[in-house]
Write a protein that binds this ligand. Structure first.
Ligand code: NAD
Length: 459
């Protein structure tokens, strides 16, 4: 099937608007049929997707499946199972004024939706919102990241083999193409990427009163209390940090650890790195590479802002930067989102010190607390607002269609996954149905002495 304008220059919104307005994406059967078709095509393309992820990011097959394809297939099947129930009008008690009428909330599709994604999980971060947008009955345009071109190409093939072009379409291109797209008259914009670009999108959308979701980044802390299981903490932080070579929006950005357990923590971290990756002085087989030269150079500059205690190896030819742990971090290492395999560690004596350090920065996308004490766990959850959080773990809050995923303030606006995607991509419409067999005169003028009566009724 041929796309009607996969290049931004030839792109026109009109056929997609017409398709939506004709109601073709609305019926439950259509939504379910295309969700099914999307899942089936993804399965057919599994090896091409894994190869593309390898070409773009050096992603190993296990990670490609577990963190991209698998999550998307699971989400599709969750949406399929629940969709009919969510689409039913949700009856609520009518208010006194609405009697004897009926009241309900009906979730309506928003219309034509633009979804823009980044390069770090280039398949999942486009397809997971797509599944939610389709479930909610929308027509969709996808703009994949230009920094993961192999994955963008496979996504385009999958979409062209599954949907008519006026239903779902891929537009490939760079930041300028994305910026031009954003200026069109969408009914909704769903953006995943940096806080800097998120702000540009919010400004443009707000000017035209287009609703939007922003899934952004930030510095997510991992706090390790002295009473935590230090070995488990080290292993789970190492896994969450060095998955995809640290290029994960919810990766623990830095560690705050109680001073007295720093030494054993470093020891266990070293052990975990050795067990997971072996010799890190050369690129390990099961470890991703940095997406591009400019990111590689930025990370090497950041590495200068701390004392390397583990790792510190790099290779410009393969864009490899090893798992690296830094003590006494300063400057940009403490201000910028790292988005790479550098793990700065800071120590604290009292929890208040850790809290005041975190509060210097905007609210994070994720918070990770390692402690055996439920008091300490609750303390940090209350003191540090964040998009999501894990206790004694990292990243795991993303891996469920039953939990909302999103940020807070600068780390994001809105949420998705499962029901939350359906809700995000829908408009909750209030509908009141009033019968005509009776027409109570109370609401109509002349009001005369009705004020007293209405006061009593509404009290
Ligand atoms: P980015 O903001 O540079 O680019 C993301 C997308 O936006 C790309 O498709 C790009 O073409 C497009 N874009 C660039 N300039 C634009 C403009 N002016 N107008 C409209 N679109 C534009 O982000 P990136 O470097 O691809 O990804 C890294 C960032 O994404 C990190 O900050 C990371 O934390 C964040 N991220 C967040 C999540 C999340 O779920 N919250 C997930 C992954 C990545």
């Amino acid at each position: 099937m041929e796309a009607i304008g996969s290049q931004a220059g030839t792109f026109s919104l009109a056929p997609l608007k017409a398709f939506f307005q004709g109601g073709a994406s609305r019926a439950a059967e259509v939504r379910l049929r295309y969700l099914e078709a999307l899942g089936e095509t993804i399965k057919k393309y599994e090896s091409s997707i894994l190869q593309a992820l390898k070409d773009d990011l050096g992603k190993v097959a296990f990670e490609g499946y577990a963190t991209e394809i698998g999550l998307v297939l699971e989400e599709i099947s969750y949406l399929q199972r629940h969709l009919k129930k969510w689409m039913r009008p949700q009856r609520v008690w009518p208010s006194l004024a609405q009697l004897p009428g009926q009241a309900a909330v009906q979730y309506e599709p928003r219309g034509v939706v633009l979804i823009i994604s980044p390069w770090n999980y280039p398949f999942q971060l486009l397809m997971l919102p797509l599944a939610g947008a389709l479930a909610a009955g929308n027509v969709v345009v996808l703009k994949p990241s230009e920094l993961a071109p192999a994955t963008a190409q496979v996504i385009q093939e999958i979409i062209e083999n599954t949907f008519p072009p006026e239903y779902v379409q891929v537009v490939q291109g760079d930041a300028q193409v994305a910026a031009d797209l954003v200026e069109k008259e969408w009914d909704y914009i769903f953006f995943t990427g940096s806080t800097r670009v998120g702000r540009i999108i919010a400004e443009s959308a707000s000017r035209r009163l287009i609703p939007y979701t922003l899934e952004l980044g930030g510095k997510s802390p991992a706090i390790v209390e002295a009473d935590a299981d230090i070995r488990i903490a080290a292993r789970r932080i190492a896994w969450g940090k060095w998955l995809n070579a640290g290029q994960t929006c919810i990766a623990p950005d830095y560690v705050l650890i109680q001073e007295k357990v720093l030494e054993p923590f470093l020891q266990y971290l070293k052990e975990a790195i050795q067990t997971f990756y072996g010799d890190i002085s050369r690129p390990p087989a099961e470890y991703a590479r940095i997406i591009q030269k400019s990111h590689f150079e930025r990370l090497l500059r950041l590495m200068q802002e701390g004392e390397v205690t583990i790792g510190g190896y790099s290779d410009p030819d393969t864009l490899y930067i090893s798992p690296t742990v830094l003590l006494s971090p300063q400057g940009a290492l403490l201000e910028e989102e790292i988005f790479g395999p550098l793990l700065p560690i800071l120590t604290y004596k009292a929890p208040e010190e850790a809290i005041s350090f975190i509060h210097r920065l905007p609210p994070p996308l994720a918070l990770y607390v390692f402690s055996d004490s439920s008091y300490a766990q609750q303390y940090y959850l209350e003191k540090v607002p964040s998009g999501g959080a894990c206790i004694n773990d990292t990243l795991m809050h993303i891996s469920s269609s039953r939990l909302p995923f999103g940020g807070i303030r600068e780390s994001g606006i809105g949420r998705y996954h499962g029901w939350y995607s359906f809700e995000t991509f829908s408009h909750a419409r209030a509908i009141v149905k009033t019968p005509t067999w009776i027409d109570l005169p109370l609401r109509y003028p002349p009001y005369g002495r009705k004020l007293g009566l209405i006061r009593k009724l509404l009290r």
